[in-house]
Design a protein around this ligand. Structure first.
Ligand code: ZN
Length: 456
């Protein structure tokens, strides 16, 4: 229609163009002048303050600048229509718009916070975000940043995890079902995001994942976790400076390549007396082991934990308080995991990446929540039951094989003695004693968070 007009009636076309030029001129006068970039209206019963976003005055930006302005003005008109004839005694009605504009990899991100108070208990908030290509003005949505059709579901999983974590850190009681609903893998749930130095920040306006009083919820999902979810070109190396107050000894693994490997693991500690006795003797067998510690014991036994770590042993998590994860709701599962990781990180500067769930109780839901590597075992000498060093050593030695994971507890004297006795015998049989991390390296295995490792 427009084209026809253009071709056949030049005069009319000229008028149309002039109107358009005038219209955009006015529009860009507003966006171009931008200083102060605000519009304030004061009336007896209402107040309006709009901070228009500053957008580069370019031809290619016209369309998006136009939709931003239209959105704000539409909301403003709605507001005026609602309140203009209303009386007010104590509180004046108001309409506020604030904005933030940022740029990332040639993409401009505009976020509007639109508040309207039209009576009632609180503001109505309508956030709106715009993403457009800096050079072409082409509007984008999250879809343009996603790697594949499965990305949204995977993003939903990560967002759910981080929101629960956010709640734990702030001692807020989120309702898991509401968080689930608000994070379901659909584009409408992920309208507001910003690329930050350490990850992508997602904003969930009030009500989306929690009650009004909790306000907006902002979480940052590290770039590392978004691999395979967000397209590679938009992922940055996370800029997390390594804080390592404790230096860990690493050893050369070359000599062990041709040996049979076995991973001794110790749960439920640390405990000063017994754990230290084990540490005192590891060098005799050129052994390094893995501790699955309880978060609740970390502070009390921190010097032993530091010593274990410094020596080159690996510190994994056995959760905070040794509860059966099958019986907990998602928030409590995550609390058991996150709190332990934080305690350990506070002491040695590094959070565990390995998880041994108490009683070996895990499933795909727990794995997705915890986002750690699940390490179980295939040799269980039942040390807690026998409390007999010879019996324990015998049980280990007779079941030993290359790639085995042995389950022990460093809170019993007999377990330490049994383990050392077994090492003595196995050393003669050509075994080397390695941590789980060393096992992955020597066996050339890429760790997988969806798996449970019983042996290698
Ligand atoms: Zn245990």
């Amino acid at each position: 229609m427009k084209k026809k007009l253009k071709l056949s009636k030049r005069g009319k076309n000229f008028i149309v163009s002039s109107i358009l030029v005038l219209f955009f001129g006015v529009l860009f006068f507003q966006f171009g002048k931008i200083d102060p970039g605000e519009s304030i209206i004061k009336k007896d019963n209402y107040y309006i303050k709009i901070d228009y976003p500053e957008i580069e005055n370019k031809k290619s930006n016209r369309k998006v600048a136009n939709s931003i302005k239209n959105y704000i003005d539409e909301k403003k008109e709605e507001f005026i229509e609602l309140v203009k004839d209303l009386d007010t005694d104590d509180r004046i009605y108001d309409f506020l718009v604030t904005n933030s504009v940022s740029e990332y990899e040639g993409i401009v991100l505009v976020h509007l916070e639109v508040y309207a108070y039209t009576g009632g208990a609180h503001y109505i908030r309508d956030d709106q975000s715009y993403y457009f290509d800096k050079n072409t003005g082409k509007e984008l949505s999250l879809n343009d940043f996603l790697e594949s059709s499965e990305s949204l579901d995977r993003l939903a999983e990560r967002a759910y995890h981080h929101i629960l974590e956010y709640g734990i850190e702030r001692e807020m009681n989120f309702v898991e079902e509401t968080v689930r609903e608000g994070t379901v893998g659909s584009l409408e749930n992920y309208l507001h995001f910003t690329f930050k130095n350490d990850g992508i920040e997602f904003l969930f306006p009030p009500y989306q994942v929690s009650c009004w009083a909790d306000g907006e919820i902002k979480i940052t999902i590290p770039y590392k976790e978004l691999e395979g979810i967000i397209k590679k070109e938009y992922l940055k190396e996370s800029e997390e400076p390594p804080i390592n107050p404790v230096e860990k000894n690493t050893r050369k693994l070359e000599d062990m390549k041709d040996k049979k490997l076995i991973a001794f693991t110790f749960d439920d500690g640390p405990l000063d007396k017994t754990t230290n006795r084990l540490l005192d003797n590891l060098d005799t067998y050129n052994a390094r082991v893995t501790f699955f510690i309880l978060g609740s014991r970390v502070n009390r036994y921190s010097s032993t934990l530091i010593r274990a770590y410094e020596q080159g042993n690996q510190i994994g998590s056995h959760t905070y308080s040794h509860l059966n994860l099958y019986k907990l709701n998602d928030g409590d599962i995550l609390k058991e995991i996150v709190n332990t990781n934080n305690e350990v990180k506070n002491i040695i500067g590094e959070a565990p990446v390995l998880l041994r769930p108490p009683y070996g109780n895990t499933n795909s839901k727990i794995k997705a929540l915890g986002d750690m590597y699940t390490i179980l075992w295939d040799i269980d000498p039942e040390d807690w039951k026998y409390k007999d060093k010879d019996k324990i050593a015998e049980n280990i030695v007779k079941n030993a094989h290359d790639g085995a994971i042995v389950l022990l507890h460093d809170i019993y004297e007999t377990s330490i003695d049994g383990a050392l006795l077994a090492m003595e015998k196995l050393q003669e049989e050509g075994y080397a004693f390695v941590t789980i991390e060393e096992m992955f390296q020597l066996k050339n295995i890429e760790p997988d968070k969806t798996k449970s490792y019983f042996k290698f």
